[in-house]
Design a protein around this ligand. Structure first.
Ligand SMILES: [Zn+2]
Length: 86
């Protein structure tokens, strides 16, 4: 029997992006502004480890962050169902 997890957007804590240059994993906190300087955008333009340009759609990351923040307020009213890995 396949198992599923039911996740609220409030459960999401980080988006993890991978630098295509040095392959470092960069965590972007969805809930906390503590990890960013005041006024800084959610999505970084450069890798914090090697300084390479982040070649992802930063606009999409910014929009996803905004959507997650809005949907997190709805708690269990809007959820994602994902397949659980054994
Ligand atoms: Zn890098």
């Amino acid at each position: 029997m396949e198992k599923h997890l039911l996740l609220s957007f409030d459960d999401f804590e980080f988006i993890v992006i991978t630098c295509s240059h040095c392959h470092s994993k960069i965590q972007l906190a969805l809930k906390s502004e503590l990890y960013r300087p005041a006024g800084a955008p959610f999505a970084p333009t450069h890798c914090s480890i090697c300084g390479a340009h982040i070649d992802l759609s930063l606009e999409l990351l910014e929009r996803f962050h905004s959507i997650c923040q809005a949907l997190a307020k709805l708690k269990e009213k809007v959820t994602l169902q994902v397949r659980a890995v054994d």
